[in-house]
Design a protein around this ligand. Structure first.
Ligand SMILES: [Zn+2]
Ligand SMILES: [Zn+2]
Ligand SMILES: [Zn+2]
Length: 253
């Protein structure tokens, strides 16, 4: 299995528009973060998690020959607004692409992107051709066992995902007790760490480190990072087996 970090930034990306802070002006490429998304390659299948507003840029920067399915964590704009560009893959592959999420996510995507839901007929380049499916437990997706992990994101229940001994949990404020057993015995965990000040919808770096210690994966990478956190400052002072993820990072398991 190979994981590629397509983006590791929070909703506004890093650098932020019109910000002159030291992180936004940093020359360290690890401090330049597109919106958060990953590609999971396993058993020859490619599963994308989220279609960010940077999706087109991510596909140009980290080329992916085909997409077999898209998993959505939730429907905030920074996780869905690149959906329209999936049409390029539909057209190249001459087939529909299944998309997955919890019931609230699928309902929202059908409302916002109703034109992209496949209704039959030929595949043409003008629109995406997507087949939405609601996840309510472990699912075989293209021969890959995917375990949805319910997480709290403020008042909203969203999904993280586990494949084998890897899990991806972004946009988390709290992990419900019933989800911890789904996070046992991980080799690699990707977990959100937004900034240092508390936020109602997100983990701070300190909270994320506490959660990472509790979950105790062999390696934890933090993602969905804002311009408040500097790879060259906070990123250099993390416990062993923890680090900031960065765009383009590839993790082999
Ligand atoms: Zn987000
Ligand atoms: Zn800044
Ligand atoms: Zn969110």
């Amino acid at each position: 299995m190979k994981i590629t970090i397509l983006g590791s930034g929070t909703s506004g990306g890093v650098p932020m528009i019109n910000c002159q802070c030291s992180v936004c002006r940093s020359v360290n490429p690890k401090n330049k973060r597109l919106r958060s998304s990953i590609l999971i390659e396993v058993n020859g299948k490619r599963l994308l998690v989220d279609t960010t507003p940077d999706f087109r840029q991510q596909m140009l920067r980290y080329p992916v020959p085909r997409l077999d399915a898209v998993l959505y964590t939730h429907t905030h704009a920074d996780h869905i607004m690149g959906l329209d560009d999936l049409r390029r893959f539909n057209y190249l592959q001459k087939e529909t692409i299944p998309i997955y999420g919890n019931a609230a996510t699928i309902a929202h995507l059908q409302t916002v992107f109703g034109y992209a839901i496949y209704q039959g007929g030929p595949i043409h380049p003008g629109v995406p051709h997507l087949l939405p499916q609601v996840l309510d437990g472990v699912q075989d997706i293209q021969g890959v066992e995917v375990i949805p992990i319910p997480l709290m994101h403020g008042q909203q229940e969203i999904l993280g995902y586990r494949v084998g001994n890897f899990a991806y949990c972004t946009d988390v404020s709290e992990i419900q007790q019933s989800s911890y057993p789904l996070l046992e015995n991980l080799d690699v965990l990707i977990l959100e760490a937004l900034r240092d000040k508390p936020h109602p919808n997100h983990l701070t770096l300190k909270q994320a480190v506490e959660q990472a210690k509790k979950i105790n994966a062999k390696q934890t990478w933090f993602t969905h990072i804002s311009h408040i956190l500097d790879e060259d400052v906070q990123g250099k002072n993390l416990p062993v087996n923890m680090a900031f993820a960065y765009d383009g990072l590839q993790i082999e398991l």
